[in-house]
Write a protein that binds this ligand. Structure first.
Ligand code: PHE
Length: 452
């Protein structure tokens, strides 16, 4: 068998896993989903979900991964339970492709925006910036080429292996992202008229909160933490026996949440300062932030740098999506890492074509009332990830042998009480919470069906 590889240290694990978690979900999606779902109310519900369901499922995935040292399918198989459980692993692999199909499209936009911000976009006026974005994403060729370039970068990193490829890429780039996000927050908060955005983001208006807010917050939490499809199982499988799972896992959750909050602070005050609509949707980041850059001293420098870092954040996340697929084929079928990664990358690229075209020339074709890109996003975020997360919690809570579950404690008595609380979460609270939200979500999901 090939050497599977390991992280070089706890820091390496935390950076790589934070690299998976922190991505377009935090910087592109979070501000617009919060903006479209009422701001402050959404924020509080999101935080509550992260601390309960999110953290408990993340620890569950780490325990499965570290104890089995396998990809998601192999991990369930190794625990020799019923034939049912490995299906959760297979579903994770399908989910990886579903997410990749739209993720690399948007990641390709970030690459294109490095070029655009270097070549005159920032001297355009407000309306032109919006029009340029619209023209670009609806074009039939340009965004697909950028997605192809991006996918090639992802393949390159994954072929490099765990410590030399995946870990190295995150180690240097995540700290850089962090610094730049803080600089941007500062600029955004000091724009004239920013206070209204701050208020929108931090003061809950409960009358705007509906069940849809809770469903969106749950999906966003799973997406942002890379949960429910075995990414964290896979990353946990490269962890050594000494690493403190609780501390490492909690650090990842804290970093991911911090970056999402900072992204909200970076985008929403600027939206209000420029009189844009916080509910504008996916274009929010690509329209608002160029405004900020066009106004700020040094914008011509910070603009391209920001999109570069956004591309990096997207890269380390897309790498983790592809790594799940690669790990499966390498572990289970003994295939070569290089071959599998190139093939899976090619499939991911082909799937992104309908996603990109669905915003332009194919916008008339809809399934369940949604274009292909929106449908893939909806299926993954609101259905597949929460369903996978529920299954993983139940598996660890009820099926996995107690001794293995206690890998969480790892011989550290200070975690014994915590492990008991965590067990209550993975057995009851988290699966039940997800189930109730999904059940109540049926009317919302029904809205997307063709007969409505
Ligand atoms: N967490 C990543 C982001 O926020 C996306 C992702 C989801 C990556 C699921 C892996 C698995 O952008």
């Amino acid at each position: 068998m090939q050497d599977r590889g390991t992280w070089t240290s706890k820091f390496g694990f935390v950076m790589a896993t934070a690299g998976s978690a922190i991505g377009l979900g935090n910087i592109w999606k979070f501000p617009y989903v919060a903006g479209a779902n009422g701001g402050g109310g959404f924020l509080l519900i999101y935080l509550a979900i992260i601390l309960t369901i999110g953290l408990s499922v993340l620890l569950a995935e780490l325990v499965i991964g570290r104890s089995t040292q396998r990809n998601p399918v192999g991990a369930f198989k190794r625990l020799k339970t019923s034939k049912f459980w490995p299906l959760i692993g297979y579903m994770g692999i399908i989910t990886a492709f579903v997410i990749l199909s739209f993720y690399i499209v948007v990641a390709g936009w970030t690459l294109a925006y490095i070029e655009k911000t270097l070549t005159g976009l920032l001297s355009s006026d407000k309306d032109a910036i919006g029009a340029i974005f619209g023209g670009f994403i609806t074009s039939p060729v340009e965004p697909i080429l950028w997605a192809g370039v991006f996918m090639a970068m992802v393949v390159y990193v994954v072929v490099g292996g765990i410590s030399e490829g995946v870990e190295k890429c995150s180690r240097y780039l995540m700290p850089a992202l962090f610094v730049l996000v803080i600089v941007m927050c500062f600029r955004s908060m000091t724009l004239e008229g920013a206070a209204a955005g701050w208020e929108f983001f931090t003061q809950p208006k409960w009358e705007d909160v509906t069940f849809k807010t809770v469903i969106e917050a749950l999906g966003q939490a799973f997406f942002s933490l890379s949960l429910g499809m075995g990414t964290i199982i896979t990353y946990g499988s490269y962890m050594d026996r000494k690493t403190d799972i609780v501390e490492a896992g909690a650090t990842v959750v804290a970093l991911d949440t911090l970056i999402a909050l900072l992204a909200g602070v970076m985008v929403l005050p600027a939206v209000f300062a420029f009189g844009l609509d916080p509910a504008a949707g996916p274009g929010l980041t690509f329209v608002t932030l160029p405004h900020v850059f066009s106004q700020m001293p040094g914008g011509i420098f910070f603009g391209p740098l920001f999109f570069l870092l956004l591309a990096i954040a997207a890269l380390t996340s897309a790498v983790s999506l592809l790594e799940v697929v690669t790990a499966y084929f390498v572990d289970e079928l003994g295939m070569s890492r290089k071959k599998v990664t190139i093939m899976a990358g090619a499939v991911g690229f082909l799937l992104c074509i309908p996603s990109s075209l669905s915003l332009g020339v194919w916008s008339d074709y809809t399934i369940f009332g949604k274009g292909f890109l929106d449908l893939m996003d909806f299926l993954a975020t609101n259905i597949m990830l929460p369903a996978g997360g529920m299954a993983i919690a139940l598996f660890v809570g009820w099926v996995v042998p107690k001794a293995m579950v206690m890998d969480l404690v790892n011989g550290n008595p200070k975690y014994e009480a915590l492990a008991k609380i965590w067990l209550v979460f993975v057995r009851f609270i988290s699966p039940l919470g997800i189930f109730i939200v999904m059940l109540n979500g049926l009317p919302v999901i029904k809205d997307f069906m063709p007969w409505n």
